[in-house]
Structures are given as structure tokens and as C-alpha cells.
Write a protein that binds this ligand. Sequence first.
Ligand code: GTP
Ligand code: MG
Length: 232
Amino acid sequence: MKEQDRRMLTLDQLQVHVQDLGRLELNEELSRQLDEFKKMPALYHLALKELENKVETLKTEWKMRDGYSPIEHIKSRVKEPKSILQKLERKGYALSFENIETHIHDIAGMRIVCAFVKDIYRLADHFSAREDIRVLEIKDYIAQPKPNGYQSLHVIVAVPLILLDGTKWVKAEIQLRTLAMDFWASMEHILYYKYDKQLPAHVADELKSAARAADELDKKMLRLRREILELS
Ligand code: GTP
Ligand code: MG
């Protein structure tokens, strides 16, 4: 195609787009969707802040009461709009705000890294017992690790945001891991992308064996902890 033709084609397409835009502007449903999309990042950021606050309070309270907190550190992020749309497409849902709200649970994401496996379940039980957190789903990849060796407890929750129009429960995914599980997941993530999501068999095998080593380390630490507690 000659350069000039290519430019003409683009212009044609552009004209179609402009016509479409004119039509779309009149569409009430589309402007409602756009409004919701604009509000979305702010809502999820606020919900995540609320959740961070709850967890920070818990951490401080635990430290004051027991002299030790089961929470080592927390990290949170809001999913980029591009990743949200890619995930919606991958899952086969049409693009709408309602589909995003219903089917994408990890727009607000928090990772809580604990010292011991026991602490992870203690925290999950605590979340389940609270009235200001609704536990919607738990995926236990510790009891049942993924085939590649991945271990974590994933808890899908909803937290209340008090807005002018009333209370809105916003979803978030909390990943709970030990330090060893977090170390493994970070390494796996680096390798996965280094090999362009296709790990050679020997690397996948080594990773599985590293996951077992991490699991052993967690169990050893738990035994040591028990020993220390019995001594004191
Ligand atoms: P998707 O988010 O669509 O995959 O939904 P899902 O229900 O399959 O979620 P899943 O529980 O598999 O995992 C969600 C998140 O957990 C991912 O975005 C990662 O942060 C983390 N995760 C899951 N599997 C792995 C893994 O094999 N390696 C690493 N490093 N992280 C993982
Ligand atoms: Mg997944």
C-alpha cells in the first residue's frame, strides 16, 4: 500500500469514528457507563485505604498486647484499567461496569506477609469474625498448592465505604503468605516473565523443588516457635 493510500484509509476510518461518537454521545447508557468508569479508580483506592487502616490497627494492637505482631508487612495496589479490561476479555465478559464489579475481584489487592503459617489462618479467622469485613470467598493454595508449587491463602472480601448515597461494599483480594511463600512467589514471577511465560521443564522442576524447600522451612520455623513458647 502506498503511503498516501494508507493515510486516506485512516482518514476514512476516522470519519466513521467521529460519526459513531456523535451517535454514542446521545446514548444515555453509555454516558452512565463512562461516569461509573471515571469514579471506579477512586472508589477502589478509598476501599483499599479503609482496609489498610483496619490491618494497621490490628498490627499495632497485636504488638501492644503480645509484644509481637503476626503481620510482618503489607503491600497494596489498585489494578491498572488496562489489566482490568484484559482480564474481563480473557474471562469472556462484555465490557460493562457491572461485569467488572461482579467478575473481577482483585481490582483492589492487598498482600499480607506473615511470619508463620499459623498466623495466616488466625488472621483469616479474624477477618471472618468481623462485621466491617465480609469474607466472600477463600481459596486455600496452602492446603492445596497450585501444580507449579504456588502457595498462599486468597481471601476475597468486601469492605464498606460510607458514601453520600449510602454504604457501598467494595471488593478486594487479600493474599496471605509467609515470608518463605512470598520469596518463592517473587522469584517465580521474575522467572515466569524472563522466560516469556514458558518455563523450560528443568526450571519448572527446580521451582517445584524450591517450593517444597520453602514449605519445609515454614514447618521448621513453626516447630522452633513451639519450642520457644514451651520454654517461656
Ligand atoms: P485470576 O486472577 O483471573 O487468575 O483469577 P483466579 O481466580 O484464577 O485467581 P488466582 O487465585 O489463580 O490468582 C490470583 C493472583 O494470585 C494472581 O494475580 C497472582 O498475584 C497470584 N498468583 C496466582 N498464581 C500464581 C503463581 O503461580 N505464581 C505467582 N507468583 N503468583 C500467583
Ligand atoms: Mg489465576
